[in-house]
Design a protein around this ligand. Structure first.
Ligand code: IMP
Ligand code: MG
Length: 205
């Protein structure tokens, strides 16, 4: 995907049909970035597959997609274009207290929804389920608003870390329980625009 040269890494960026450009120093070539866990190609294929499934499942009741900011913004944008239904959108921003790489489980709504969920078919779009605490908080909060249905589509699920069953209707990839960045996911607000998902080792864990 990326070829190194004396002048820096040259990658396809961000879409296959765009000509190669140089990735700025400190992004794809940051030494803390490790193995690629999910490639651009795998992401594109999975997004298309999930879009097809959601299109079929919601054919008679177009969903309201709720993106959980900030991590889900890239997945949500790609997924929405793979769903061939008249969907509507809203976004919610939550912050969980904790360190840069660990959730504490105490979640705070930073930006609430604009739309009323009563009788809506709600599909929550999440970037990653780690402990599952953020999602279980969101689910309780949204279920209390009386939607007609409430399902979750998570791009990534870390294996073996959730205490209960996170009850996910759609899952992109189950990945090992390591910290990852890219395709919306950050470390300290950076690396969200990497076009793939890669392991990240800060050295402070
Ligand atoms: P949970 O509450 O432990 O499931 O954590 C959920 C949230 O923590 C996700 O929506 C992400 O925003 C963030 N998060 C968890 N794991 C990672 C990771 O490996 N990289 C980046 N963000 C993560
Ligand atoms: Mg998130």
């Amino acid at each position: 995907m990326c070829a190194s040269s004396a002048a820096g890494a040259v990658c396809r960026w961000p879409a296959p049909n765009l000509r190669p450009v140089r990735v700025a120093q400190g992004l794809g070539d940051d030494p803390r970035i490790g193995e690629i866990v999910v490639t651009e190609e795998q992401l594109a294929a999975k997004v298309a597959e999930l879009g097809d499934r959601i299109t079929a499942d919601y054919a008679d009741r177009p969903p309201l997609l709720i993106g959980v900011l900030k991590g889900a913004f890239i997945f949500m944008a790609d997924l929405a274009r793979a769903i061939r239904l008249p969907v509507e959108f809203d976004f919610m921003a939550v912050a969980s207290y904790g360190s840069a790489t660990k959730t504490s489980g105490v979640v705070r709504i930073v930006k609430d929804l604009d739309v009323d969920l009563t009788n809506r078919h709600v599909l929550v779009v999440e970037d990653i389920v780690d402990s599952g605490l953020t999602l279980s908080y969101l689910r309780r909060t949204l279920a209390a608003r009386q939607p007609a249905s409430l399902e979750v589509c998570a791009l990534l699920v870390k294996e073996g870390l959730q205490k209960g069953d996170p009850d996910l209707r759609y899952v992109g990839f189950r990945i090992p329980p390591r910290f990852v960045v890219g395709y919306g996911l950050d470390f300290d607000e950076r690396f969200r625009n990497l076009p793939y998902v890669a392991e990240f080792a800060d050295g402070n864990e």
